[in-house]
Design a protein around this ligand. Sequence first.
Ligand SMILES: *[C@@H]1O[C@H](CO)[C@@H](O)[C@H](O)[C@H]1NC(C)=O
Ligand SMILES: *[C@@H]1O[C@H](CO)[C@@H](O)[C@H](O)[C@H]1NC(C)=O
Ligand SMILES: *[C@@H]1O[C@H](CO)[C@@H](O)[C@H](O)[C@H]1NC(C)=O
Length: 639
Amino acid sequence: MQLPLCLLALCAAVVCVSANRTFVVDYENDRFLKDGQPFRFIAGSFHYFRAHPDTWQKHLRTMRAAGLNAVTTYVEWSLHNPRDGAYVWRGIADLERFIRLAVAEDLLVILRPGPYICAERDMGGFPYWLLTKYPNIRLRTADIDYLNEVRIWYSVLFAHISQYLYGNGGPIIMVQVENEYGSYSACDGNYRTWLRDETQSHVKDKAVLFTNDGPSVLRCGKIPGVLATLDFGATRDLSNTWQRLRRFQPNGPLVNAEYYPGWLTHWTEPMANVSTNGIIGTFINMLDSGASVNLYMFFGGTNFGFTAGANENGPGNYLADITSYDYDAPMTEAGDVTSKYQTLRSIIGRYIPLPDVPVPQPSPKRAYGIVRLTSCCSLLSPEGRQILATGVVRATRPKTFEALNQYSGLVLYETWLPRFKRDPSILHVPGLADRAYVYVDNELVGILARETPIFDLPLSASAGSLLQLLVENQGRINYGQQINDFKGLTQDVTLDKKVLNNWNMTKYPLESVEDLLQLVAQSNAPEADAAQEDIQNLKLPRKLLRSGPAIYASILRINSEQELADTYLDMSGWGKGVVFINGENLGRYWPLVGPQVTLFVPAPVLKVGNNRLIVVEYQQAPITQQLVFRDKPILNARS
Ligand SMILES: *[C@@H]1O[C@H](CO)[C@@H](O)[C@H](O)[C@H]1NC(C)=O
Ligand SMILES: *[C@@H]1O[C@H](CO)[C@@H](O)[C@H](O)[C@H]1NC(C)=O
Ligand SMILES: *[C@@H]1O[C@H](CO)[C@@H](O)[C@H](O)[C@H]1NC(C)=O
């Protein structure tokens, strides 16, 4: 009989603490012990910040129905601490609710608090304001400013989650220290042990601390006294892979904390497509060898808003992550099961008993069809500036987004061009992060981009004298050496080698939906009907875009509860931008390069009645100004 030691209040929150409630590593016998009994996990990754909170429970149940006994999630610092000193724990940031739902669905939790998480998220989960506050900060090192900020964040975070640690009666069996630190060039031993001790001071002996690294980088990844685990995908040589771990950790349970059933995708690449047959062999072999395995991702979800990150595949080779994090995972972006899921479920069932939980049906999908939008106004128009811009800063040299204390969106950089010595002259914008729409005297004259990379543009003396660079942040780098990825104009701009000074910088964070709605309302374009006129006057949308990103608005009418369903917004024919529905930023679209053409709209974002749709198009709206809501995603195309 177990002895409940808990008070009633603690019982209500989670599970009663029993005398034997322990989760520990049994190094001698190469295994975990849970409550004194041998234990192994077969887990799946699901990041709460990538799904609408109203869908969490269903996704967790779908994971449990696959036989998984634990869910693994990162904690995203920037989500919970978006401004210095400001904290968010509601809605999609309600981590405690996510943990309680996991308990209700009979799942243990493996927590990966970072503080750096990579995860294909903006700045690898770090809040941008670290770069505002400390422009020279050395992230992921023993830099005192960095350590102080981590200490503050962890004290806030663990005040919320300590009660959920296994030894305190909760489901959290493991807590990660750093994330793939072995792959980070700094390789700072002082930082590693400091973070271990800092994490330990909160976790104590109430859960197992672990690190997670690729098999070849354990030298900088392994932390003394912390359980090392590996991450790798399908391999022909599993025993050699485990041997690499054994060189650094002779005993202890074998763990692959990130086994890849799918993969991430950048804009311009083909959509990840990882075959089920290719991954099951290694999966079975790992389970046969008694290993604990976490599938990364089991459910990927969506990078809503501006949360997607970017990678740099070699210096100067910037690639932004797509909005969808479908990942070709066993569950789709909408959380529906796939044949990959069914195959993995049948394998998992051979090793641990499948629960008596039916596999949930796919969520309903609906093709709401065509919606015609009304063009409203340019962001750079006087009204656009008045309503959407959150401030203007004047300075001799251009300032970065971070120096302007701006998270994402756009910044407009303006200056007067000097007298041209040649015609044309070369405008040179090195250090552009990431993409600039270039206007002279309010006319679009070209686009510069870090991604291509193109930093030079010939300008004619006859074009005019007002130079405007509207710079887009496409996502801060989440992996590698360049995680101090300042946005905007990070170096001087020149015209035929002459430095351009005296900049006016206008901030468009695009975070306030109220402001966008106000701008649409003020433009007094009568909804719906005006679109017809625009179509007759075919030039309007393009003319509008020549003088800056433009806003388009419409209403999606939903008549009854029965019609509420997940849907996919097909952006074919549009250029690049972001879409808001009922105030939710669905994320970036860019069908011109693909592979993602549709944006996922989870049903809980929609409501019966009028659903307000706002598109902020940066470069090219279709003449028809139409959008189509489909019942299927298009994730492997361009249009
Ligand atoms: C709890 O631990 C004690 C001592 O380790 C052991 O004798 C007992 O059987 C355990 N009880 C349960 C329910 O596992
Ligand atoms: C992935 O590859 C398979 C086999 O080559 C193909 O049948 C399937 O359509 C592909 N999926 C996508 C999304 O391209
Ligand atoms: C910047 O702002 C100042 C003050 O409003 C104005 O005089 C100047 O012309 C502006 N520069 C540009 C390039 O618009």
